[in-house]
Design a protein around this ligand. Structure first.
Ligand code: HEC
Length: 185
């Protein structure tokens, strides 16, 4: 009798526990406010990196296309000025921030001088031969994915307005900042 009673208790405990765990799992699955620690910074950063790579390809494709197809002399509206206008627009939508950076020390526009430690470190990395530099930073409790890519002279059209440089020379970079919480599940 006692054995029979204990067996019933044992079965009840198992059933109760598994249904509780199941409920808990469902709650976690449906929690929209998963913290970055829970999904893993690495996973979110990987997604952010893929987005940066895609955007960067696109910006650079139109910078080269505009330069090759439209620019005839240095008085013309440069592809870099166009890019900065697009960066501004995207910044106001609070999707991400992007900045054009100088690596020469003699920028066309002093606004492009690296300002933050991240920007200076990125330019340092480009000077040392890297073409991509990234960092995840926590500011006021929020995580940000920061990445920068190098910008070099890839077409002779660039030298119309950057006459002191030649094909292959590093001129600067583009930096991107994304709030990492955009990349959670
Ligand atoms: C029609 C002239 C023109 C051409 C062609 C041109 N640029 Fe520039 N570039 C500018 C101007 C003007 C700025 C400053 C833009 C600003 O900040 O408003 C600039 C800025 C830059 C900067 C930021 C550093 C700085 O000097 O302020 C980089 C990097 C750059 N250009 C790279 C390139 C590359 C690479 C090409 C070729 C694909 C290119 N540029 C072609 C005019 C030009």
């Amino acid at each position: 009798m006692l054995r029979w009673f204990l067996e019933i208790c044992f079965i009840c405990t198992i059933v109760f526990n598994s249904s509780c765990l199941d409920l808990l799992a469902k709650e976690i699955k449906h929690d929209r406010y998963i913290k970055v620690e829970n999904i893993g910074i690495e996973k979110a950063a990987k997604r952010a990196r893929q987005t940066v790579e895609m955007l960067d390809e696109m910006y650079k494709a139109f910078i080269v296309l505009i330069t090759d197809e439209y620019v005839k002399d240095e008085t013309m509206f440069s592809a870099l000025t166009v890019s900065k206008k697009v960066f501004e627009k995207m910044g106001t939508k609070e999707l991400y921030k992007a900045r054009l950076l100088d690596a020469t020390g003699e920028p066309h526009n002093p606004e492009n001088t690296p300002r933050t430690k991240f920007e200076r470190d990125a330019i340092g990395a480009f000077i040392n031969g890297k073409s991509f530099y990234e960092k995840v930073e926590k500011v006021d409790g929020k995580y940000y994915f920061q990445a920068a890519t190098s910008v070099s002279i890839v077409t002779d059209g660039c030298t119309i307005c950057h006459p002191h440089n030649k094909h292959g020379d590093l001129l600067g970079g583009i930096s991107y900042t994304f709030p990492l919480d955009m990349f959670f599940d």
